[in-house]
Design a protein around this ligand. Structure first.
Ligand SMILES: Nc1ncnc2c1ncn2[C@@H]1O[C@H](COP(=O)(O)OP(=O)(O)OP(=O)(O)O)[C@@H](O)[C@H]1O
Length: 259
């Protein structure tokens, strides 16, 4: 079943050249899609289009067969959850209050969160060993803790499509391991479709994922990991000497920069 269908998408900011053009891909239920590319090529911009935050100049985005522009905010928030790259919020909300905003798509305008909503949020806090921060101000947490809380908030939306912009950028190795395992299990067990961006090709090499390579000409090349995660393709995209090596102990390739 196709969850997301992107056809012929092109985008430019006002009075600027096209960031990307003629982007095409579709994602099935439970599929993982990792987008890689150098700084400034337009990965976040593309994600903003996919969440309906930006309107493309050309092309269509369909979620469950419906044009994204035809969906109301509440329906969209029940179907798509988005964790932005810049998750810092300027507010005095406590962690639990911030998390409960993730339940808003399931509450009516005047309704306050119910016991069930608190329990869901608290369960995630326990699972991520963050329960001790329940009543702390969100803004007082470390960068990595804020990133994890923002991911939990997205999970509380119970989305069908989860969009994560550099979800591991602020995380230590053990938390990266946790998020990679989470991404795999959300996709395989809960059949959530996941799009993520990362600057570490190894993240893509660790996941069973479709790949999107966005280059500095604004072209998104979509294919399998075997097709696109090669020394030649990544050297071309990143314009840096690098090499992919198969590590038998890991049973996968790793990517290293040649310095
Ligand atoms: N609000 C904006 N107005 C005008 N130009 C913008 C805006 N936001 C981003 N850009 C430009 O669009 C291009 C793509 O930016 P974007 O943030 O999407 O890249 P990215 O691939 O996500 O980069 P990074 O890997 O550094 O996060 C950049 O040249 C950037 O300067």
């Amino acid at each position: 079943m196709i969850i997301l269908d992107v056809h012929n998408l092109s985008f430019s900011y006002p009075k600027s050249k096209l960031v990307f053009h003629h982007v095409n891909f579709s994602l099935k239920m439970g599929e993982i899609f990792t987008i890689l590319g150098p700084n400034g090529v337009g990965k976040s911009t593309l994600l903003h289009c996919l969440t309906g935050l930006l309107s493309p100049q050309q092309g269509t985005i369909k979620v469950f067969g419906n044009e994204i522009t035809a969906l109301n905010g509440k329906t969209l928030a029940q179907q798509i959850a988005y964790v932005p790259q810049d998750y810092h919020i300027n507010s005095n909300l406590t962690v639990i209050d911030y998390l409960l905003t993730g339940r808003a798509p399931y509450l009516s305008f005047f309704q306050t969160p119910k016991k069930k909503d608190f329990k869901m949020a608290e369960k995630y806090l326990q699972d991520f060993q963050l329960f001790q921060f329940r009543n702390h101000p969100f803004a007082a947490l470390s960068g990595g803790q804020q990133q994890l809380i923002t991911i939990i908030r997205a999970l509380l939306q119970q989305p069908k499509l989860l969009i994560l912009d550099e979800p591991m950028a602020a995380l230590d190795l053990s938390r990266q391991y946790e998020i990679l395992k989470l991404v795999k299990s959300l996709a395989h067990q809960e059949k959530i479709t996941i799009i993520l961006t990362t600057h570490l090709p190894d993240h893509a090499l660790m996941l069973p994922t479709k790949i999107g390579l966005l280059d500095s000409n604004g072209i998104l090349t979509v294919g399998s990991s075997d097709q696109l995660m090669t020394t030649e393709r990544l050297t071309e995209v990143y314009q840096v000497p690098l090499t992919l090596t198969y590590v038998p102990a890991l049973q996968r390739y790793t990517c290293q920069i040649k310095l």
